[in-house]
Design a protein around this ligand. Sequence first.
Ligand code: GTP
Ligand code: SPV
Ligand code: MN
Length: 582
Amino acid sequence: MSSQLPELNAWVDQVAALTRPERIHWCDGSDAEEQALTALMRERGDLLALNPDSHPGCHLHRSDPEDVARVEHLTFVCTRRREDAGPNNHWLAPDEAHARIDALFDGCMAGRTLYVVPYCMGPIDSPLARCGVEITDSPYVVANMRKMTRMGDAALRRIERDGGFVRGLHSTGELDPGRRFIMHFPEELTIKSYGSGYGGNALLGKKCHALRIASWQARQEGWLAEHMLIVGIERPDGQTRYIAAAFPSACGKTNLAMLIPPEAYRERGWKVWTVGDDICWMQRGSDGRLWAINPEAGFFGVAPGTGPSTNPNALAMLDRDAIFTNVAMTADGQPWWEGLEEGAPALDWQGRAYDPGNGPAAHPNARFTVSMRNCPSYTAAAEHPHGVPISAIVFGGRRRSLVPLVTQARDWSHGVLMGAAMASETTAAATGQVGVVRRDPMAMKPFCGYHFGDYWAHWLSFDTEGARLPAVFQVNWFRRAEDGRFLWPGFGDNLRVLEWILRRCDDDAGARQTPIGLLPNADDLNLDGLALDPADLDALLAVDADGWRVESQAVLAHLEEYAPRVPAELLAQARRLAETLS
Ligand code: GTP
Ligand code: SPV
Ligand code: MN
C-alpha cells in the first residue's frame, strides 16, 4: 500500500532504506487492524489481558523499568539558530542532531515491522486541526495512537488533501537510556525519537507534535498551542461556559477536566463536561473571542491517586477497552494502583510479587490510555470543528506555601505575567527528582518549542483592538499545613473556585484588590456543605507580603534569564509587582 501523496511515499521509502524493516504496514485505523495488533502483542507478551469479566477489552503493558517517564535531559529542539530554541530548551545544530540520531536508526528495524501511522490532531473536519504521520516499529505505540488521535484512513485522506504533514520517526531501539534521544526540528516540521517506548517520548502526536512543533507553528500562524485542559461548566440555567487551564504534568488537569460537582451543586443542576485533559489549541474567532479545540481523542492519564472519591468519572471510563501501563495487578487480574481504595496488589508494576519493601505497587507515573468517548462527562462539543469559546484561562501549580487558592489577574498582560511566573513542584511525569519547586511558565517548560521570551511576546500580542480575551486566574489546590495535610479538599470541591471564576467573568462576584491581584473574600466563595476550618480558609486566601516580596524578586530574576527577548511589557509588570510589595 501507499498514499496518493508522493512526498509521503518518498519519505516512507527513505526511512525504510535507513531502518531496513522486514515489512511495512500502513495503518487504516480499522477495528480488524486493532484486533490483529492486540493479538500479536498478547502473543509477544507486550500486553497482558486483564480480567475479562471486570475489565473487558483491557490490557496491561509493563514498560522497561528504565523507561517509565518523559526524559527532559534527552529532549532537544534543533533550530538553525541556537537563540531561537531559547534557554528553555536543550539545543543541537540540526545537521549534528540528524547525524547523531540517524546513526541510531541505521538498520534498527531489521526483522521488525515498520508501521505508518497517519493521524489527525483535532476533529477531522476542523480548520484548527493539523495532521501528522508517525513511523514506528512499536505496535504498542500504534495501539495508543489509535486511542489518542483520529488515526488511519480518514486522517490519510485529509493529509492527501492538505498536502502537508508533520513527520515523526520513532523506534524503541534497545531501550538503553544511553542511546535515547527525542529530537525536534520545528523548521522542518520533523520529529525523531529513538530508544524509548513510553508516553510522551514515543506517542509523537502528543507532546512532540501537538505542543513542541505546534507551538512553533502557532506562533508563525497567530494561534496558541498549550498544555491545558478544556472543561465546560453547565450552570443551573442551562448555560455552559468553557475554561482552559494549564497545570504542569501530574498537577490535576485530568481531574479538573472531569470533576464531579459537590452534592449541593448537583442538586441544583450544575454539570461538568469534558472537552480535553491535556492539550488545547486556541485561535481568535471572528467574534474576538478565543476558540479552542482539544487536538486529542483520548486520555493518557495518571493512574495513582485516581479513586472513587477523587475521580469517579475516570474510574467509570477505565472498566473497558483501556490500556494500562505500569500499574499493579490484583490476584484476579484486575488493574490496581495506590488510591484505588479497594482490592490489593498481588503483582507490582514490574510483575514481581508485591512487597511493600520495593516501594509503591504501581509506578508513580503509571498511566491509562482510553478513548475520550468512554468518559461519562464526554461532550460532543469536543467534536465541534470551530471548537468552544473560552471564558477564562487558569494557571496552576503545586505550591505547598505562598500561592493563594485563587487570584484573578487585573488584565491580560498581568495574566501573562502570572503564567510566566508559574512555579510548581516536580512530579514523576518526568525522570529526575520529585518535589522540587521549579519555574514552569504556563506549564510549558518541557513543551514550548521555541524561546520563552518570544512565547511571552506572542501571548501579549493577542491583546488587540476588538479582542474579547478570557479573564486570567491563578489557582493552587496544593497548599499544605505544617503537618503536611492539604488545606483545601480539592477535586470536586474545586468547582467552588471555578464558580467564583465564572462569576467574576460576569462581574457577579466580589473580590478584594491586593498587590498580587484580585482575591475573593471568604464570603465571596460558595462553601455550602463544606466543613473547612476557618483558620485554613484564612491561610488559603491570605497574601503573605514578606513571602511575595521574595517571590517577586525571584520572578524578576527568572524573567531576566530570557533577556534580551523577554518583552519589556512583561518586565514592567514584574517590576510593578516588586514595587507595590516593597
Ligand atoms: P499530566 O497527564 O501529566 O499532564 O497530568 P495532569 O495535570 O492531568 O494530572 P492529574 O489530573 O492526572 O493529577 C495528578 C495527581 O494529582 C493525581 O494523583 C491526582 O490525584 C492529584 N490531584 C489532582 N487534583 C487534585 C486536587 O485538587 N487536590 C489534590 N490534593 N490532589 C489532586
Ligand atoms: C505529561 O507528562 O504532561 C503527560 C504525559 O501528559 S506524557 O504523554 O508522557 O507527556
Ligand atoms: Mn501533560
